[in-house]
Design a protein around this ligand. Sequence first.
Ligand SMILES: Cc1cc2nc3c(=O)[nH]c(=O)nc-3n(C[C@H](O)[C@H](O)[C@H](O)COP(=O)(O)OP(=O)(O)OC[C@H]3O[C@@H](n4cnc5c(N)ncnc54)[C@H](O)[C@@H]3O)c2cc1C
Ligand SMILES: CC(=O)[C@@H](O)[C@H](O)COP(=O)(O)O
Length: 684
Amino acid sequence: MTSDVLIIGGGIIGLACAVEMKLRGANVTVLCRDHSAAASYAAAGMLAPDAENIANEAMLSLCWRARALYPDWTSKLEELTGLNTGYWPCGILAPLYKKPGEHEVSQRAIPYADRGSRGAEVKKEFIPSPQSPAYWLDKDPIHEYQPGLGVDVLGGWWYPEDGQVDNRALVKVLRNAAVSLGVEFKDGVTVEAIAQQQGEVIGVQTNIGLLRADHYLLAAGAWVNQLLPLPVRPRKGQMLRLGVPEFVTELPLTRVLFGDNIYIVPRRVVSGERSYRSIILGATSEDVGFTPDNTPAGIQSLLQAATRLFPQLQNYPIQEMWWGFRPATPDELPILGDSHCRNLTFATGHHRNGILLAPVTAVLIGDLILSQKTDPLLTNFHYSRFQNQSSTTTSMLTHPANFTNGHSKNLSLQAAELKLQDSGLIIAGKTFHSRLITGTGKYRSTGVMQKSVAASGCQIVTVAVRRVQTNAPGHEGLAEALDWGKIWMLPNTAGCQTAEEAIRVARLGREMAKLLGQEDNNFVKLEVIPDSKYLLPDPIGTLQAAEQLVKEGFAVLPYINADPMLAKRLEDVGSATVMPLAAPIGSGQGLKTTANIQIIIENATIPVVVDAGIGEPSDAAQAMELGADALLINSAIALAENSPAMAYAMNLATVAGRMAYLAGRMPMKDYASASSPLTGTITG
Ligand SMILES: Cc1cc2nc3c(=O)[nH]c(=O)nc-3n(C[C@H](O)[C@H](O)[C@H](O)COP(=O)(O)OP(=O)(O)OC[C@H]3O[C@@H](n4cnc5c(N)ncnc54)[C@H](O)[C@@H]3O)c2cc1C
Ligand SMILES: CC(=O)[C@@H](O)[C@H](O)COP(=O)(O)O
């Protein structure tokens, strides 16, 4: 049975949306690679729109809405499962070591006096919303209100409406609720690519095969950018947990402390007869990609800040340390709502506030997917806000200029005017606007190669790993010859005769791409070629190597003879594309395998890249007219009398062929049919 909605990612956002949509009657499946890696598991669970001091108005409204939903949402989930979420509207105190400038206080506040809950004199400063007051406490009141604070605390803000939830417990409750409602879970499943055609997702390629649904929700947290070029980056946070020693009879804190680069979150977990008490310390904020592990520097900074703020913690036992990756966007707002595909919705980029935002995200996404209702707030979080910025990757999502291969503005305008919508070339979740891939071998000089690559407008260049290793002619200085910040490297295993060799060279290729700054490049063009006369690939060795490399996390682009059965088998084992040959490598014979390529195209749900043997632009156009997704052309360009000019011609031919394919060819007829009308003509 296919699902109504397939959710990619089983963190809190995926789970909350799954429960919400299931409750509204949808048939939902959740795909999740790894629960323990989720930010949702790593978080501190603060519900802190006020303490976080959120400047963006729309974001603040969203966060307030989320916080207001929390009591009912958690009690509904608790009723459904009989489990505790640890929701605790305990308030958050934000002590400061410096008094805020007079200006800051008076701008934010209308002061008046009040008594705090412990009887201390609390000088209240009220800020923006009556639903969300904040109170300023001077030095004496804050120390009276919260005993045990560091002596250099000079005052602070009290946010009574903020609170916390035990995020690990909540994730467990959500998952239990989802299971009991009948949501289907596929754990340990990695989505490798989102297959798209004509503005529609047609399936997701996973390590267990292709999965389809009517609608898809992308909720893959910090990893979302591995599937689509959304500007979401991991922001690492290190955390630790202290136990509360037996001799401390009462939990020393009954509210969250939110300090400078530190928060201290008291937890009380009641489980059956026993109650566990602990204190969570968090969190660093590091822009280090997906670098794992806790570090001495990270943990030291947390301990230092925590014991300054609340000194008695220095004798508490450290029970656990961990880290996680917040899904951060450039403006620190989430990406919510419609995507460039009719049946794909985004819910990601929740950065520091994903635990808080889970219930409101679920409601808004449920409304959008199941009732086509767009809440006005959603417009503030649409992915298109990043499109006017210079990032080429994000603008590729909507592909207004896919036909140009980056060179002809006129063509792009015409394509837009002609309303030809192209979805771009998407390989293993990475989008390219050029559908022409080139190589670096056989050129007269490096300069000619550079000019040709530029003229081809290609965004992917394949490089023979072995030839780079051995500094073969034309492969010296490749690191500097091309701008690997702009060109995506496709390492290839040329020169490998067996599956084992190809696997080894593929691994080296991945390292080579890393050394050139492409940390996340897992692409490999797989060539297993035992025959040196025709350079025909070994189908069995290719399949074996592909299977192994997919398991190792490679995006495998296998070079094959134009064999439809083999193409299908390669797709089944999880290849990212298939690359059938037009004719033997370097032969320039043109399309000799048209009929089989046509069958491969008809049956493939992954991109079909016609590779090898193309001799002239008309071959390129013809392959694209057949419906090939892309071309790989090396010799025809490198060996032309004027390589850059030929590269440009191939660029135009690729674009022309693609446009023609999308435009739809006229039907072929057996007999002539006059172009001008035969009726109504004037007889002489
Ligand atoms: C240290 C730290 C402290 C935080 N503290 C707070 C806090 O106090 N309050 C708050 O509101 N927020 C906090 N956050 C932020 C919050 O945790 C995140 O915003 C939220 O968890 C994001 O949820 P998510 O479901 O989008 O992503 P995640 O929880 O990261 O889940 C994404 C899931 O998708 C899966 N996935 C990814 N790619 C694929 C794929 N290709 N195929 C299949 N599955 C895939 C992952 O394995 C993962 O399970 C904190 C985060 C960190 C790291
Ligand atoms: C560079 C590369 O990968 C070639 O082996 C590829 O197969 C292209 O073939 P042509 O050189 O015939 O274009």
